[in-house]
Design a protein around this ligand. Structure first.
Ligand code: SAM
Length: 286
């Protein structure tokens, strides 16, 4: 643990944005400090030349009760043996997801935002790390924008995997979530139609508009509406929210609007510059 990082964040401190490689930063944070973790990692990490040895350190004190022991090693060993891309992806993501698991409190939830090229890999990792019984949802974010493939069905969705730290105690408040219009309002009472319906696990939502107010210019920026639902359902005002692939800081922007506290990490100076503008006055930067 690097003691320098320990002084960068404390539960009674301000909202914070940290510039740096996320793994050493999050490794230094105390156990069970966050109610909600939202992650939108890059798929192509460019780290194929620096592959780590694929090993899992299992703690002898049995603290990682969510891990599935031998079956995990078997799945990983078999899959990584045959697929280099998978091995590289696993080597990058696995230690970060292990930290995410450690950092969630007993009522905590992880949302892992992925695209269709990677979600099946990540689900295998998360089933192994959190336990299959801790899988809550696969959310499909469907949008309709941009070029259309003609030789296959155009891919117009992302996948968000949701895992909880403890299936008996996790926080979930769907009453706090913004409701959405019924697809066929004529089929329900006028009162119901006016109130709208609770979202399901399929979320139709536009991408960040190239000309809209939200646009920061950061290429991988996600819509506030998507993060808003996540934060409303899986945290309460005052809770700590962590995003260590923060990009343009969408998680921090929404967490701030909803009176949650936030810690963001990104290694890209461009991301930090965007967040300085977007979160000005609402976070401390280091
Ligand atoms: C897909 S983007 C996140 C976009 C974000 N959700 C938003 O709405 O703007 C992924 C981010 O992860 C960051 N990143 C990738 N590897 C990292 C690492 N090892 N440590 C910290 N940040 C990293 C990249 O710089 C990039 O900004």
């Amino acid at each position: 643990m690097d003691p320098a990082h320990l002084t960068l964040w404390s539960a009674d401190g301000p909202n914070r944005v940290i510039h740096g490689n996320n793994l050493p930063v999050i490794s230094a944070l105390p156990d069970e400090s966050f109610r909600l973790i939202y992650l939108d990692p890059p798929f192509n990490t460019g780290r194929t030349q620096q592959r780590q040895a694929i090993t899992t350190k299992r703690s002898s004190d049995g603290a990682r009760t969510g891990f599935q022991g031998r079956s995990y090693e078997t799945i990983k060993g078999t899959l990584t043996k045959y697929d280099d891309t998978f091995a590289d992806y696993w080597a990058f993501l696995e230690p970060r997801l292990i930290e995410a698991w450690r950092l969630l409190d007993d009522r905590g939830t992880l949302y892992l935002h992925l695209d269709f090229r990677e979600s099946h890999y990540a689900k295998v990792i998360l089933d192994a790390l959190f336990g299959r019984q801790n899988f809550l949802n696969e959310i499909i974010w469907a949008y309709d924008y941009g070029a259309r493939a003609t030789k296959k069905w155009p891919s117009k969705h992302d996948t968000i995997l949701v895992y909880v730290k403890n299936p008996a105690t996790y926080f979930f408040d769907n009453a706090a979530v913004d409701r959405e219009p019924y697809m066929a309002p004529g089929l329900v009472t006028a009162e119901k139609a006016a109130r709208g319906k609770l979202p399901t696990d399929v979320w139709w939502h536009t991408i960040v508009s190239p000309t809209g107010r939200e646009k920061t210019g950061y290429a991988t920026q996600k819509p506030e509406g998507i993060i808003r639902r996540i934060i409303q359902a899986s945290s309460a005002p005052g809770d700590w929210v962590l995003d260590f692939f923060a990009g343009s800081g969408t998680t921090g922007a929404v967490a701030g609007q909803l009176d949650r506290r936030f810690l963001l990490v990104d290694e890209n100076p461009e991301a930090i510059a965007v967040m300085r503008q977007r979160l000005e006055g609402r976070a401390t930067f280091s």
